[in-house]
Design a protein around this ligand. Structure first.
Ligand SMILES: Cc1cc2nc3c(=O)[nH]c(=O)nc-3n(C[C@H](O)[C@H](O)[C@H](O)COP(=O)(O)OP(=O)(O)OC[C@H]3O[C@@H](n4cnc5c(N)ncnc54)[C@H](O)[C@@H]3O)c2cc1C
Length: 289
């Protein structure tokens, strides 16, 4: 399939890209790795008149350590994330999940900013950034950039709280507390590796071994990634023995309107959410140190 005709722009700075986006408005699409946008354009489900390519904007590609946490530029690829020592140290679950995305070709091209902007219901990183309590930075041509807490970023199917004219510039991840363990468990589509369901867990234990803090992100199950609030509440303050974990994981799909499609029924997704949650919690708790 061949996309509809479009004008192609290759800015080299965020300011230049934001200006182009402001000029072309709804007729424009930003291009990052292209691994979601280009297939949509080929199918003519997206027909932007202007494509603004961010790959030449070098200031958007970085991984920086920041007060024990991380600051990651929007066009940083999955490959750069999964092979970064800084990410392995400060947010190992992000490196783990980025390494599970698709195949090496997709990981070499796809970007964290593209993934979080596209908000595919089966994308891996949305669950992980929710569990890591990340925040997203944006920029506009009018200097009205924002920092958006991740809990208010994913709002619907392929929909985020990004505003017209905004470019995602980066993702900030706070430092993990002492005695924290992290894990990502996914049941992948055998062909694409997209998550039928994926669950990320970030668990902090106190000195007695009880759960002091926990964030669980779920992707694949519903129209957009969400936190498993009931599971988190059922773990907090408790010793994480088998019975507690099993009971808490059993609530992981509560409140999610599970999708039903050619890949899995809603019933199967509900089951997978509980299983992935149990495994992610067990693994994260065993890694807490
Ligand atoms: C065969 C295949 C298998 C895949 N398997 C998986 C998988 O297992 N797990 C997974 O998570 N994903 C998977 N993907 C999707 C892949 O991760 C995409 O790369 C990702 O969803 C989008 O990132 P991108 O950088 O390619 O964005 P693009 O396709 O370039 O852009 C996607 C959307 O985000 C917007 N956008 C991009 N960057 C910005 C920005 N900085 N600011 C604002 N808006 C922006 C674009 O305008 C567009 O609307 C797969 C894709 C393919 C083709």
């Amino acid at each position: 399939m061949i996309p509809a005709a479009f004008e192609y722009y290759a800015p080299t700075t965020v300011a230049e890209a934001a200006k182009l986006l402001a000029k072309h408005g709804d007729d424009a699409k930003l291009l990052a790795g292209g691994h979601s946008l280009i297939p949509l354009m080929k199918l003519r489900l997206a027909q932007p008149k202007a494509v603004i390519d961010l790959r030449g904007v070098s200031e958007l590609s970085y991984i920086k350590e920041a007060s024990g946490g991380l600051s990651i530029g929007a066009t940083t690829t999955y490959y750069q994330i999964t092979s970064s020592r800084a990410v392995a140290k400060a947010a190992p679950v992000l490196a783990e999940a980025a390494g599970m995305v698709a195949d090496v070709q997709v990981r070499n091209m796809g970007t964290i900013g593209g993934s979080l902007s596209h908000a595919d219901p089966a994308g891996d990183l949305p669950a992980v950034v929710l569990a890591l309590n990340a925040s997203i930075s944006t920029a506009t041509s009018a200097g009205k950039g924002r920092t958006v807490p991740i809990d208010s970023w994913f709002v619907g199917l392929l929909t985020t709280s990004i505003k017209p004219g905004e470019i995602v510039t980066g993702v900030s991840i706070p430092a993990l507390a002492h005695m924290t363990g992290t894990a990502y468990e996914k049941f992948a589509n055998k062909a694409s590796r997209y998550a039928i369901v994926g669950v990320a867990a970030v668990i902090t234990l106190d000195t007695s071994g009880a759960c002091k803090d926990v964030r669980i992100g779920v992707t694949g199950a519903g129209p957009h990634a969400v936190r498993a609030a009931k599971t988190e509440a059922a773990l907090k303050g408790k010793k994480l023995d088998e019975a507690t974990i099993q009971k808490a994981a059993g609530a992981a799909a509560d409140g999610i309107d599970c999708l039903s499609d050619v890949h899995a029924s809603a019933e199967y997704r509900t089951h997978l959410t509980k299983v992935c949650a149990m495994r992610a919690i067990q693994k994260a708790a065993s890694r807490a140190k």
